[in-house]
Design a binder for this molecule. Structure first.
Ligand code: FPP
Length: 262
């Protein structure tokens, strides 16, 4: 399928959807009320990302740390994932979205796992937006698992970053270009730690249930104007892949005049 959409320069966008609990509490409702409202915002933002020509959108829906929340809240989050898959399935397929869940979903209800796996399989060949939910996901856990697998499979090889990238759960999405966190906190919270190395960060005070496609698009246009230097001193001089191979640029890197590059 030919994709005629204009591509966003911010190819991979990651979002920490924070502030659901506070949003609900401020309205004297149980915390899960915020998650339920938040799930509808998810649909709106997926659509906006697709329209904006973003190639990968990774959303933090449930962290490994979230297991310590009350069982009733955890169950609502599971149910929302299931509902999302059921509700959006046709739209996802129609729009050629490639759906995936990263993290350990083996503790989710069997029926939810089945629905997720089925949609992953049915969309694995799609060439539109790569939509990924991080569910029961932790960044350090991902790095450890990737490293263990890589070490087993490449016992005698020289290990490179490119090789390591292939073992990450987001291996075909590339590095994150922009991380958005709603809810006012300014933390990364164990999300996509490796992939965030050169990401632009944007912290919004808006709580996730109040987040809109309009704010999302404004953030994209504001961040697109930022000068991304990837550690170098001149915009556009050194794309990420050159930086990654910086060991081949030792002469350049050893010049003292460039010492302010970091
Ligand atoms: C953080 O808010 C949010 C979460 C832990 C869950 C995010 C989940 C959704 C937006 C809905 C899931 C939807 C799908 C489709 C899977 P918080 O509860 O920590 O808020 P707080 O910081 O105000 O307490």
């Amino acid at each position: 399928v030919l994709n005629l959409k204009e591509q966003s320069p911010l190819k991979h966008i990651a979002v920490i959807m924070d502030g659901n609990g506070r949003w609900a509490q401020q309205r004297h409702r149980p915390r899960v009320w915020g998650h339920i409202r938040g799930a509808h915002v998810v649909s709106e933002i997926v659509e906006a990302a697709d329209e904006a020509g973003v190639s990968a959108l990774t959303l933090y829906a449930f962290s490994t740390e979230n297991w310590s929340r009350p069982v009733s809240e955890v169950k609502v989050l599971f149910a929302l994932l299931k509902k999302f898959v059921q509700r959006e399935r046709n739209k996802i397929i129609r729009n050629q979205v490639r759906f995936r869940v990263i993290g350990d979903i083996t503790h989710l209800p069997a029926e939810t796992q089945k629905l997720v796996t089925q949609l992953e399989q049915d969309t694995s060949h799609h060439c539109g937006l790569k939509l990924t939910f991080a569910f029961s996901y932790g960044g350090r856990d991902e790095i450890l698992k990737a490293f263990q697998k890589m070490a087993l499979e490449n016992k005698n090889d020289h290990i490179t970053e490119e090789m390591f990238n292939q073992y990450l759960m987001t291996h075909d999405c590339g590095d994150v270009d922009l991380l958005i966190r709603t809810g006012g906190e300014m933390r990364v919270s164990n999300f996509l730690l490796w992939q965030l190395a050169y990401a632009e960060l944007y912290f919004s005070k808006t709580q996730w249930p109040d987040f809109t496609s309009e704010e999302f698009k404004n953030i994209l246009s504001e961040v697109s104007k930022r000068q991304r230097r990837f550690g170098f001193i001149q915009e556009g001089f050194a794309p990420k892949d050159i930086v990654r191979k910086s060991h081949e640029h030792k002469d350049y890197l050893s010049l003292e005049t460039h010492s302010e590059r970091f």
